[in-house]
Design a protein around this ligand. Structure first.
Ligand code: NOJ
Length: 740
């Protein structure tokens, strides 16, 4: 014990003299540590809960006292974390504080739309704001570290985790990764309202074969470097402090035992100095992968590959010491891992005050602040996408005689906050669509029928729903997935709206052939809406919109807010088109425009190649017109830039936001390039009748890619360029990159 107090006195002195010199502090602390104490820092276990809240379980208490735990997940609340921290600080030899991590993914108490929805706002400030608020709320409850953002490029809607990311595009994922990191970590990690961010799941987890979670991934290094790695590098550029290795194998090597991706690329090539935590037991799972013989072997492979912390696997705690003694793991690796973990604790200021996240007053005051709820409402509205609006079915009129709201999600306050909703309340805090529309309509204007459940094959509610629909002037259906149908371990092979809901939609249309019908859809992935587009007039995609989701949906339905979100992921016509994404390659036999069905071309015999809704698509209640694309020059050199500009006019009758997108196509390369690639975007506000000139500056940096020798650079030649409202356009302009 004496040693601990001496050490703390030393650190305090040290903190005052050299407050930023963490490395020296870590080194001095590590000189006092035994090998097993260092290994103890690499161990993470889960907190335990009972009805009254988090408590110190016998096992956890024991591991902490023995110095065999450096971090915990799922431990929170000021009281719960203080009790655990007290053991670490007061009852261990060196008093090293614990790190508390939790999955704060799209909000902590105030829940924002699921991440796929957030990305559809294309609004980096809003995304940063959402993660700032999440950090405020989480840190007030003792949490130091969030396991977010998930920045896996994902192009397969069967994969349930597509809901957690920013969609299919690399550029957008890069920008969004940076926004999340900035929001979570703030400008100064030593402030107690910041949390460490974690770039996950490293790497290529989103490329799981057949969209089945945890499944194999296989790809060439070119695809890995051009598509799946960039968002992780972007997160590092934004200062992310931690990484999580993934569950999947990549080209035969599990990513939690992959020296190439972890040591060679992440730690050497990119010089990442933060800590790498495994995913939950992903080190152990190398046994099932057939890559490790047993748990001792798994510990050896994991540490040698560069995973610094073992989440829940028990293998580092149990085996690393012996592996070092047998020279199977270098002690230098343990020192390096321990150093990275201690650095994070220093940066958070936990050595200055291990209880700095344990402020009861802050805990009580922070959750669900009214300004957080206001932001959540605005962000949810900006994240929704108006997919279709035939006959101007939307916005609805507040003076409609009666509107029938039908469907299992009309009154829902449970699914609406989506998967991975941290400590978000599923019992009444969230605003349902019913509550939201009640702000706009008088009770006598609202008719309601649930109609059916999301999943049950029970049609007994149809009759009432049809009767109610017939009484109404207009109809709004609120339908979609159950929140458990997306997120982890929630892959689907069928992308249709689940259960008997599609049948009810048909019946309601049959009973109301001439009425305007709107479908508000809540879901965690692109769905196959091929039948619904013909049955309803308007489709409003609200994803799982979060705590204020119902209010935001009502704002959109009644035109109080003009929809502005655009898809960041392609909606297929059916599951057979998957994977389908806008930035694909061309093939040697692309379909001719004049005859898409031509034989021996790269097409399907039963369906078009085009998606139902393309990447970048999203309608507004006003109309935007793009004209007059101009390039400042049609020659780009290695040292100059060119400006591409377009006139965007609001030709409709409402003010609104438009997301203007820049696309480029490298026509000929030493390796083939995608048919188009997003290279920039701007979200602009145009009053009705207003025109703005939107300018993008293009440089060689925008044209770089990894070639077949894995060299990152540009190749001279012709590039097509367009500025467009979505990825559905034909290039009409080009420039040449010349070697000057
Ligand atoms: C497993 C998930 O894959 C990961 O995203 C999450 O952060 C961990 N569990 C911890 O809950």
């Amino acid at each position: 014990m004496r040693l601990r107090f001496l050490y703390i006195a030393f650190i305090c002195f040290f903190s005052q003299s050299f407050s930023q010199n963490y490395e020296a502090k870590v080194d001095s602390l590590m000189r006092l540590m035994t090998l097993q104490e260092k290994i103890g820092q690499t161990v993470m276990y889960s907190g335990h809960w009972d009805q009254t809240g988090p408590f110190v379980s016998t096992d956890n208490g024991k591991y902490i006292r023995e110095g065999n735990m450096g971090a915990m997940l799922n431990a929170m609340s000021v009281k719960g974390t203080r009790d655990l921290q007290k053991i670490a600080v007061e009852e261990t030899r060196l008093g090293i504080p614990l790190l508390f991590g939790y999955d704060v993914i799209h909000g902590h108490r105030t829940i924002f739309p699921i991440n796929l929805g957030l990305s559809a706002s294309w609004d980096l400030q809003m995304i940063e704001k959402s993660s700032r608020i999440a950090a405020e709320e989480a840190s007030a409850e003792g949490i130091h570290w969030t396991f977010a953002p998930m920045i896996d490029v994902s192009r397969d809607p069967r994969w349930g985790r597509i809901s957690e990311g920013a969609g299919e595009d690399v550029f957008l994922n890069n920008e969004i990764a940076k926004a999340y990191v900035k929001g979570f970590q703030g400008d100064d990690l030593s402030q107690p309202n910041t949390v460490l961010a974690c770039a996950k799941h490293y790497v290529a987890y989103g490329a799981a074969q057949a969209g089945r979670d945890y499944h194999t991934t296989n790809m060439g290094e070119g695809e890995l470097r051009n598509v799946y790695l960039p968002p992780f590098k972007a997160a590092i550029d934004a200062g992310v402090e931690t990484f999580m290795s993934a569950f999947n194998e990549l080209n035969g090597v599990p990513t939690s035992g992959n020296k190439f991706t972890l040591r060679d690329i992440l730690k050497d090539e990119w010089n990442f100095k933060g800590l790498v935590v495994s995913d939950y037991t992903s080190i152990n799972e190398m046994i099932q992968h057939g890559f490790a013989a047993d748990s001792i072997d798994a510990a050896r492979i994991g540490m040698n590959a560069g995973v610094d912390m073992d989440m829940m696997g028990h293998v580092y705690r149990l085996h690393l010491k012996k592996l070092v003694e047998e020279n199977k793991v270098s002690e230098a690796f343990i020192n390096d891992a321990c150093k990275r973990i201690l650095m994070a604790k220093f940066k958070l200021g936990l050595f200055d005050d291990p209880y700095r996240y344990s402020d009861e007053e802050r805990e009580i005051k922070t959750a669900y602040q009214s300004e957080f709820l206001t932001e959540a409402r605005e962000i949810a509205a900006a994240s929704s996408v108006l997919l279709q609006n035939k006959n101007d079915a939307l916005p609805l009129s507040k003076t409609s005689k009666t509107i029938a709201f039908i469907g299992p999600l009309v009154k829902d306050e449970y699914n609406i906050i989506g998967n991975w909703a941290a400590k978000g309340d599923r019992d009444g805090k969230a605003v349902s669509v019913f509550e939201g529309v009640s702000e706009y309509l008088k009770p006598k204007q609202i008719l309601y029928a649930k109609g059916c459940d999301i999943l049950k094959a029970d049609t007994s509610g149809f009759e009432e729903a049809i009767r109610v629909s017939k009484q109404a002037t207009e109809i709004v259906l609120v339908m979609g997935e159950d929140y458990h149908m997306s997120g982890e371990a929630a892959s689907r092979t069928d992308l249709k709206i689940p259960g008997v809901q599609p049948e009810l939609i048909k019946k309601i249309r049959e009973a109301n052939p001439n009425k305007k019908i709107t479908l508000v859809i809540m879901n965690g992935r692109p769905l196959n809406l091929s039948e619904e587009v013909n049955l309803v007039d308007a489709i409003l995609e609200v994803w799982f919109p979060g705590t204020m989701g119902g209010a935001a949906t009502a704002d959109l339905l009644f035109g109080e807010v003009n929809p502005s979100g655009k898809l960041t992921v392609t909606f297929p016509r059916n599951v057979g088109q998957v994977p389908i994404y806008y930035n694909m390659k061309n093939t040697g036999r692309p379909i001719p425009e004049s005859n898409p069905k031509e034989d021996y071309k790269s097409n399907y015999i039963d369906i078009e190649n085009t998606p139902l809704f393309a990447f970048g698509h999203g309608l507004s209640y006003t109309k935007f017109n793009y004209s007059d694309l101009k390039l400042s020059s049609n020659k780009l050199t290695f040292s100059n830039t060119i400006d591409a500009q377009v006139e965007v006019s609001n030709t409709g009758s409402k003010d609104g936001y438009e997301i203007v997108q820049l696309y480029i196509h490298d026509k000929v390369g030493s390796v083939t390039r995608p048919v188009k690639e997003l290279k920039g975007f701007q979200k602009i506000y145009l009053k009705k009748g207003e025109t703005k000139t939107v300018t993008f500056t293009v440089s060689v940096e925008d044209l770089k890619f990894y070639n077949s020798d894995m060299v990152y650079g540009v190749e001279t030649g012709e590039f097509e360029i367009a500025i467009a409202p979505s990825s559905e356009f034909k290039f009409e302009s080009s420039f040449t990159l010349i070697d000057q």
